[in-house]
Design a binder for this molecule. Structure first.
Ligand SMILES: Cc1cc2nc3c(=O)[nH]c(=O)nc-3n(C[C@H](O)[C@H](O)[C@H](O)COP(=O)(O)OP(=O)(O)OC[C@H]3O[C@@H](n4cnc5c(N)ncnc54)[C@H](O)[C@@H]3O)c2cc1C
Ligand SMILES: *[C@@H]1O[C@H](CO)[C@@H](O)[C@H](O)[C@H]1NC(C)=O
Ligand SMILES: *[C@@H]1O[C@H](CO)[C@@H](O)[C@H](O)[C@H]1NC(C)=O
Ligand SMILES: *[C@@H]1O[C@H](CO)[C@@H](O)[C@H](O)[C@H]1NC(C)=O
Ligand SMILES: *[C@@H]1O[C@H](CO)[C@@H](O)[C@H](O)[C@H]1NC(C)=O
Length: 337
């Protein structure tokens, strides 16, 4: 492999850029890594997410095998932190989930994680009556959850301790990247504005953050209704999936609908204190784009388009993105990158 000290830029400081930067420090120790972004921490889409480890059917890598590898690798990655003494600081916690449906059995199953999580079973008759009337199908499983408002700052401290640099700046042109040998494009929805990737589409989401310390279990119902407890006694209530909507404003009709649907599912929420409302655009693309391209003479590895599943699967896609770069370095070790 190339032994030169590389200058590497990671564009994006959401969960994807943050995970790529961490993987780079592991695989390319001698390189000089700079994360460049115009938004950090709570200003990223990553911090709107509840961060539940639960892939949906719209999540697709280039092949089924790769999709599954990403998910399995990520599960182990998060489990390891969750089992360590860093869990609370890193924002990783175990999460029991009930998922119910009045209309369809399949939405209560999840072939991508049933073999991975420690428990995944059908609900019994009593459990189907836990959340009001009319639930015909239901599953119970144990998964985990990643809170980016804790994970991103925790990861950033480690990144800096290992010599990483951070620049707050908007990347508007490739000429501003000419000092770097290698660039990782982890811009999420930002890739849409920079470029003409017509396959990247926002799926708008809105959630209500509430304080409900008594809640320890997550509940899902039909029509994208979910209640996800977190650390500090707070919970995320959702939601909606609006395809091709760029609206970043809180919509009062969405709020009313989310509140009513969640209170129907979990009536104790009526007494919960509302902390705030949040909107985020899920960067949806089929497949998620993890590939290398030479742009304006610069070696770029793209890693974007994770839709509604970027938090849970970030470690897996970051590993592939860095591997692609390392392979290219090996191939080109005699010549120029
Ligand atoms: C309501 C909602 C609920 C969700 N729930 C879950 C969930 O439960 N589980 C899950 O796994 N996922 C969930 N997601 C999806 C998840 O949030 C995304 O897949 C993930 O955050 C994408 O991460 P990212 O790093 O690609 O993007 P972002 O977090 O948006 O980060 C993009 C970064 O790129 C930077 N950037 C972009 N363009 C430029 C530029 N030109 N110059 C400099 N910097 C730039 C930005 O400043 C930012 O730092 C949810 C999303 C929403 C909206
Ligand atoms: C690391 O990269 C930055 C940005 O290109 C550059 O300013 C700095 O001099 C580099 N440091 C080393 C040791 O190469
Ligand atoms: C985490 O701990 C659980 C329970 O002890 C164990 O089954 C699992 O294998 C551990 N996972 C990892 C990745 O260490
Ligand atoms: C990120 O990818 C998009 C789509 O290919 C491209 O237009 C954009 O210039 C890339 N940005 C960087 C910094 O590589
Ligand atoms: C969680 O709830 C506490 C109050 O218990 C509040 O101070 C804090 O800001 C909340 N955190 C988030 C992320 O909403």
């Amino acid at each position: 492999m190339d032994k030169r000290n590389l200058n590497i830029a990671v564009i994006g400081a959401g969960v994807i850029g943050s995970s790529v930067a961490k993987e780079l420090q592991k695989e390319l120790r001698n390189s000089n890594i700079t994360v460049i972004a115009d938004a950090f921490h709570e200003d990223t889409a990553s911090c709107v997410a509840a961060g539940i480890f639960r892939p949906g059917p719209s999540f697709k890598g280039p092949t089924r095998e790769i999709t599954k590898q990403w998910i399995d690798y990520s599960w182990n990655y998060w489990s390891k932190i969750m089992n360590s003494s860093d869990a609370a600081q890193a924002g990783i916690m175990p999460l029991p989930v009930y998922i119910f449906s009045k209309t369809n059995y399949h939405v209560t199953r999840n072939h991508l994680i049933e073999d991975l999580v420690p428990v995944y079973r059908e609900c019994d008759v009593d459990e189907l009556k836990m959340c009001g009337k009319g639930w015909k199908y239901g599953s119970y499983y144990l998964t985990l959850k990643i809170e980016c408002d804790k994970y991103l700052p925790w990861n950033e401290v480690l990144f800096k301790q290992n010599g990483g640099k951070i620049l707050k700046q908007k990347v508007e042109s490739f000429s501003s990247l000419k000092d770097y040998n290698l660039v990782f494009n982890c811009t999420g929805m930002g890739s849409k504005y920079l470029c003409n990737d017509h396959d990247l589409v926002p799926i708008r989401g809105q959630v209500i953050k509430v304080n409900a310390p008594w809640l320890k279990t997550s509940f899902y119902g039909d029509y994208d209704t979910y209640v996800i407890p977190g650390m500090d006694g707070n919970a995320t209530l959702g939601g909606c999936r609006q395809y091709d909507s760029y609206n970043m404003e809180v919509d009062k009709y969405d709020s009313a609908s989310i509140w009513e649907r969640c209170c129907d599912l979990v009536p104790s929420l009526k007494k919960a204190k509302v902390i705030g409302h949040k909107v985020g655009l899920r960067p949806h693309r089929v497949p998620v784009r993890v590939e290398r391209e030479v742009m304006h003479g610069l070696s770029v590895v793209h890693c974007y388009g994770h839709g509604g599943y970027g938090v849970m699967v970030a470690p897996g896609t970051a590993k592939t993105a860095v591997q692609i770069a390392v392979d290219a370095l090996k191939r080109n070790s005699q010549s120029k990158l």
